[in-house]
Design a protein around this ligand. Structure first.
Ligand code: PMP
Length: 422
């Protein structure tokens, strides 16, 4: 399914790993929970939960402003996480790491600051046909505001971007390219390196700079993303999809770009000095972090990064891809079941429809069996429009899922087909 898998044999011990995730050991409706909604949010390992409890029970304080012991401890813990994120994505410096409330917030930040400054009437913004709404709507809002034009890279019936069409879209009017690394509804892993490369070639030809923003919300938990190697200009992701808490995310931006951007929100911490006559803004990244940040969750995000760093990540990705492949193969053999998203490069997302069965009904039925899947358009309505369907049933696997759970899903879908199919 994916070239991300590095070895043929899988020795990953998901059974012992899942003991680190307290949520997973429970029963729902008297059935063992089978959590297959990882693309919506991942579960949290005990060290992440412990980090939250420790912060609130031992050193809760506001950061960067206090001289007292607790404030210094909290500031240090918070600032350390910026270094961890920098290392995690191999940014050139920690000033390139802006904490946001999530991927959505990070993309909105770029659209509202860089976008408002750089986009004018007639300019073109390129996104793709498989974007999450959070990488569509901020650009649409900007286009409306500035009379700019949104251009969309099309995809084929397997859910893969049509690269020659992308290259045709690049023009002297292109101002930014913003694409998803890994699709949440189809599982497609896009050729982001090739996209960046094509933009760099285009820049050479035209002499114009075109930043590339990558929505890596679904990518970073599955595979290492190295921003220097990739040479992207912006990278956005959310902590909650990578074992961390909700309400925290990252905007990575190259230093020169962040330095050139006006502030996002005004308030405390983002200023150097304020008078009624004039305010001078703080340096990056603080210029973009107005007000008291999400201290506790950033600190716990650091624990999530530690956890991932200590994991056998190649074993993990092999394992989750193996599970997704088994599920996809079994489901595709069932009468009336059709997979949506059959790209060659895929992550561990299996989206499907059942002929004659409403996706939500199937999801609700699977829920009665203890199986948590997601149904609907997954915040990618244009993807559903492309496939002429209202929505899919999506099972998304993470390394702590097991073969037994995969079998439970397959048997559950079989029952759903028998019971619900008209
Ligand atoms: N992009 C993709 C590909 C996603 O899957 C998601 C979350 N489903 C987002 C963006 C938005 O992330 P968040 O809701 O954490 O801001």
């Amino acid at each position: 399914m994916s070239s991300l898998t590095k070895t043929a044999t899988v020795t990953f011990d998901a059974e012992s790993i899942r003991k680190d995730f307290p949520v997973l050991s429970q029963s729902v409706y008297g059935k063992p929970l089978v959590y297959l909604d990882n693309a919506a949010t991942s579960q949290k390992p005990q060290p992440v939960i412990d980090a939250l409890v420790k912060y609130y029970s031992q050193y809760n304080a506001n950061i960067h402003r206090g001289v007292h012991y607790l404030s210094q401890a909290a500031s240090q813990a918070y600032d350390n996480v910026r270094i961890k994120v920098k290392d995690f994505i191999n940014a050139a410096s920690e000033e390139e790491v802006v904490f946001t409330s999530g991927t959505t917030d990070a993309i909105n930040l770029v659209a509202a600051t860089w976008g408002r400054q750089q986009i004018s009437e007639g300019d073109e913004i390129i996104i793709s046909a498989m974007e999450h709404h959070s990488n569509i709507v901020p650009w649409q809002m900007l286009c409306l505001d500035k009379k700019a034009v949104l251009k969309v890279i099309p995809m084929n019936d397997d859910g893969e971007l049509v690269m020659p069409e992308f290259e045709k879209l690049l023009s002297g009017k292109t101002k930014i390219v913003a694409v998803v690394h890994t699709s949440n509804s189809l599982g497609t892993v896009n050729p982001v390196a090739a996209i960046v490369h094509a933009v760099r070639q285009h820049e050479k030809k035209t002499g114009k700079t075109v930043p590339v923003l990558i929505d890596a919300a679904q990518a970073v938990v599955h595979e290492p993303v190295d921003v220097q190697k990739l040479d992207c200009d912006f990278l956005c992701f959310s902590a909650h999809k990578m074992l961390g808490p909700t309400g925290v995310g990252v905007l990575y931006g190259k230093t020169n770009l962040l330095n050139s951007m006006p502030p996002y929100r005004g308030g405390g911490d983002m200023i150097k000095s304020v008078s009624f006559e004039k305010t001078t803004y703080n340096d990056i990244p603080f210029r973009f972090e107005a007000g008291t940040p999400n201290i506790a969750d950033v600190i716990a995000f650091g624990a999530a990064i530690d956890y991932l760093n200590n994991l056998d990540r190649i074993g993990a990705v092999n394992h989750e891809i193996m599970l997704a492949e088994k599920a996809a193969n079994a489901l595709s053999e069932m009468d009336g079941v059709q997979l949506i998203g059959t790209a060659h490069q895929k992550t561990s997302v299996v989206s499907f429809i059942i002929e004659g069965v409403n996706a939500m009904d199937a999801g609700m039925y699977l829920d009665t069996l203890g199986i948590a899947v997601r149904t609907g358009h997954h915040c990618t309505e244009p993807v559903m429009q492309r496939f002429h369907i209202p929505g899919t049933i999506r099972a998304s696997f993470l390394f702590y899922n097991t073969l037994a759970e995969t079998e439970t899903l397959v048997q559950g879908v079989k029952k759903a087909v028998d019971k619900l199919r008209r």
